[in-house]
Design a protein around this ligand. Structure first.
Ligand SMILES: [Zn+2]
Length: 439
């Protein structure tokens, strides 16, 4: 059966109107005909390939001349288009389920949620069992730290004796990792790492202030450090870079990965130079929920940022430190990096902001090939998932693009669609689902 993208789109609309959306997934046999595959491992393009997918797994990949598409496959004509593994946003906070589609429509087929509550465990299950359409969803448990809490929504670690059972409980409930925050003492931190090792659950989060980067590296049990700004205090806010190479080298040799989220500072900086109507024009803004926009506190946030010259100077300096010093030093030392956004912190639109984060890596001297590898291979390695590159036996979570992203990362702003768990979703179809959710 030959179906071009447009007719497949209308077929899917019909399917979705009359059947639950999970009717699209499971028992699918899909073929992509004559596609250019981005090999994210080598940063090269394999032209004119056919890809066969059964259920959610890539079963065959081969030249159009060598690999015939058997009868019975749903076939997508892909001549002139580019196929690569789905992207991962490794630092998000999803509290509005419509944002899940905003990730998919940008080719983000995996997210890592850094503040989990019971609702997220249910979403995770619903996504896995195809009652809810959203990217593969990994979530931490509730954020842990000692009193006084940095944020009222964090959970208090009251005594060292209780840590083991808290960690056990997070694992038992099904959270994927433990999230720690700023205020954790060294003895509490050591116990958290010990218990996490005991129950085989990774620890991710900030560098607790009383612990410091030196101890995080020495103890070597924190799987990811979130946000480059967590490193700022150790460089006197970017003014003193004496220890930059030492920390970069030690971090590269440790078990810790670093999720940059530099885009948070870019966004804060942009808020100092634009008024909020500028953000209203930004990509994907139309899909944001009213509640999130209200929570962003439009006018208050902008007034605060615009009138604070110290803030403006700080955002500019910090962003500059990230792109001209910190990220280049990490690249040189071989620090294991992840790409994440912290969306939806104010003015960071889920999914759309991942491209901005990738552009900041570019500004810091990474090639497009290196950036694509970080957003796919690195995240799959970090998550131990069966994906990250296109090969037989790998998960069929893919992005189909109209342009080569090795040449221009902006290609992600005009994707043709995604293959998620082996099923095809055109971006037009995903946009119609998002629009219908907003009405
Ligand atoms: Zn965060």
């Amino acid at each position: 059966m030959i179906i071009n993208c447009r007719s497949l789109f209308s077929t899917l609309i019909q399917v979705c109107l009359f059947l639950p959306c999970n009717a699209q997934s499971g028992n699918t046999i899909l073929a992509l005909h004559d596609v250019n595959i981005i090999d994210v491992l080598s940063g090269s393009v394999n032209k004119n390939q056919n890809v066969l997918i059964t259920n959610s797994i890539i079963t065959r990949v081969g030249n159009t001349t060598d690999l015939e598409i058997p009868a019975g496959y749903q076939q997508i004509e892909c001549t002139g288009k580019y196929l690569m593994p789905g992207l991962a946003d490794m630092h998000v906070h999803v509290f509005d389920s419509s944002e899940l589609l905003m990730y998919l429509i940008n080719g983000v087929t995996t997210v890592r949620n850094l503040h989990g509550i019971a609702m997220h465990l249910q979403w995770k299950k619903d996504i896995e069992e195809e009652r809810l359409l959203g990217p593969h969803f990994y979530s931490s448990g509730p954020i842990l730290e000692q009193a006084p809490l940095s944020r009222s929504t964090n959970t208090t670690l009251t005594s060292i004796d209780k840590i083991d059972s808290i960690v056990f409980n997070h694992k038992r409930l099904g959270y994927d990792f433990i999230k720690i925050y700023d205020n954790v003492s060294l003895p509490f931190y050591e116990q958290l790492i010990l218990s996490a090792r005991k129950y085989s659950i990774p620890v991710a989060g900030h560098i607790p202030t009383p612990v410091g980067i030196g101890n995080v590296i020495k103890i070597n049990g924190q799987k990811s450090i979130e946000h480059l700004e967590e490193l700022l205090p150790f460089f006197n806010d970017g003014r003193d870079t004496t220890n930059l190479i030492i920390y970069a080298t030690e971090l590269a040799q440790s078990n810790s990965w670093v999720t940059a989220t530099a885009v948070v500072y870019e966004s804060a900086f942009l808020q100092t130079v634009h008024d909020w109507s500028w953000f209203e024009q930004s990509a994907g803004f139309r899909f944001m929920s009213r509640e999130t926009i209200r929570d962003w506190g439009w006018e208050q946030t902008f007034k605060k940022r615009n009138q604070n010259s110290v803030g403006i100077e700080r955002y500019t300096r910090t962003l500059n430190f990230f792109t001209t010093q910190l990220l280049p030093a990490f690249k040189k030392a071989g620090v294991k990096l992840l790409i994440g956004t912290d969306a939806p912190v104010p003015m960071l639109v889920p999914g759309y902001s991942l491209i901005n984060e990738m552009q900041l890596f570019k500004k810091a001297g990474f090639s497009n090939a290196e950036i694509l590898k970080i957003a796919t291979v690195n995240s799959a390695k970090f998550l131990n998932s069966n994906g990250g590159y296109i090969a037989e036996g790998m998960n069929a979570d893919l992005v189909l693009l109209n342009q080569n992203p090795l040449e221009d990362l902006e290609a992600f702003r005009r994707i043709e669609g995604i293959i998620f768990k082996g099923s095809w979703y055109s971006s037009g179809f995903l946009a119609s689902l998002l629009s219908s959710k907003k009405e």
